[in-house]
Write a protein that binds this ligand. Structure first.
Ligand code: ATP
Ligand code: MP5
Length: 276
């Protein structure tokens, strides 16, 4: 029981994100990951997507009032130790989310700036990017863009580690206390992520797996990070645990669907059973 308890109580993690009917990304990936890592998971839905391993067949946004109501329901009763945002879809939803974070004074805020699904579908409206950088990043503990998202948010191309660092500095300038730029979209034998803390940086390296089963890697990574923060880990510790979690989930992939399959959310726990 002990490992489920942080500061004398259950670690509570909230995801504010879209639903992926296929279960590999979005709210579903987040809740599975919270559960696997021993955090109590809660959700506020921002959009419903009709989605499978072949792509996104439909996007149905949730009314901003409904997003606010969900967040206030859990915030006013259960409480939140850490939260993450994923697909936020529109400027009005981003503004509602930012207001709620400020209202409750939550500080452990992970922002995964989801913009475009791996299949190419838009999960964030073009005009919403401004709201994300102006309203949400100043309230952010750690922002976790992939390379195309970091390029879009900063307006600069990223080709190497020096570019990643410069982009991270720009994003820190928007108010995020930590910036983690993910290396999943690069080529090379290793997937290298960069963590910038406002003054220094460190690299997190994992063996790159040649696989089509990478649907929801970013969602899963940021959810693992959020679970760790909810449990009282430092940002560095939570990032290392999240990297180990996603590495296992990609390495031990499961065969589901005929397109870009999901990662294996059980893999990290299964490995702990094997080693214990
Ligand atoms: N093929 C791979 N092999 C090993 N690690 C990977 C691979 N692809 C991604 N990763 C790791 O997974 C994490 C997520 O990175 P990625 O760049 O894929 O995020 P993302 O594009 O936001 O994901 P998604 O949009 O699918 O949710 C990072 O830690 C990255 O290094
Ligand atoms: C609801 C939702 N949220 C996030 C993603 C990003 O994941 P990916 O880039 O792997 O498609 C997604 N496809 N769907």
């Amino acid at each position: 029981m002990e490992e489920y308890i942080s500061n004398g109580r259950i670690a509570r993690a909230l995801t504010i994100a879209g639903s992926d009917s296929g279960g590999g990304a979005g709210i579903q990936a987040d809740l599975k990951t919270f559960q696997e890592l021993g955090a109590y998971g809660m959700s506020a839905l921002t959009a419903i997507t009709a989605q499978n391993t072949l792509g996104v067949q439909g996007v149905f946004p949730v009314a901003k009032e409904a997003v606010k109501a969900q967040i206030h329901s859990v915030g006013s009763d259960i409480g939140v130790d850490a939260l993450k945002t994923g697909m936020l879809f529109s400027a009005e939803i981003i503004e509602e989310v930012a207001e709620a974070i400020a209202f409750f004074g939550w500080s452990k805020v992970v922002v995964d700036p989801v913009m475009i699904a791996k299949g190419g579908a838009a999960l964030l409206q073009v005009e919403a990017v401004r709201a994300l950088t102006r309203k949400l990043l100043p309230l952010t503990m750690i922002v976790t863009p992939n390379i195309p998202e970091a390029e879009h948010l900063t307006g600069m191309p990223i080709r190497n580690m020096a570019d990643k660092l410069e982009a991270a500095k720009k994003l820190a300038g928007c108010g995020a206390r930590y910036v983690l730029i993910k290396g999943g979209h690069e080529a090379g034998a290793e997937a290298v992520d960069l963590l910038y803390d406002g003054s220094g940086y460190m690299e997190l390296t994992g063996k790159r797996i040649e696989t089509a089963r990478t649907h929801g890697t970013g969602c899963t990574f940021s959810a693992a990070l959020t679970a760790g923060l909810a449990q009282g880990l430092s940002v560095e510790e939570a990032v290392r645990q999240a990297k180990a979690y996603i590495q296992a989930a990609i390495e031990d992939g499961i065969l589901i669907g005929s397109g870009h399959g999901p990662t294996n959310h059980w893999a990290y726990r299964n490995r702990q059973f094997v080693t214990n």
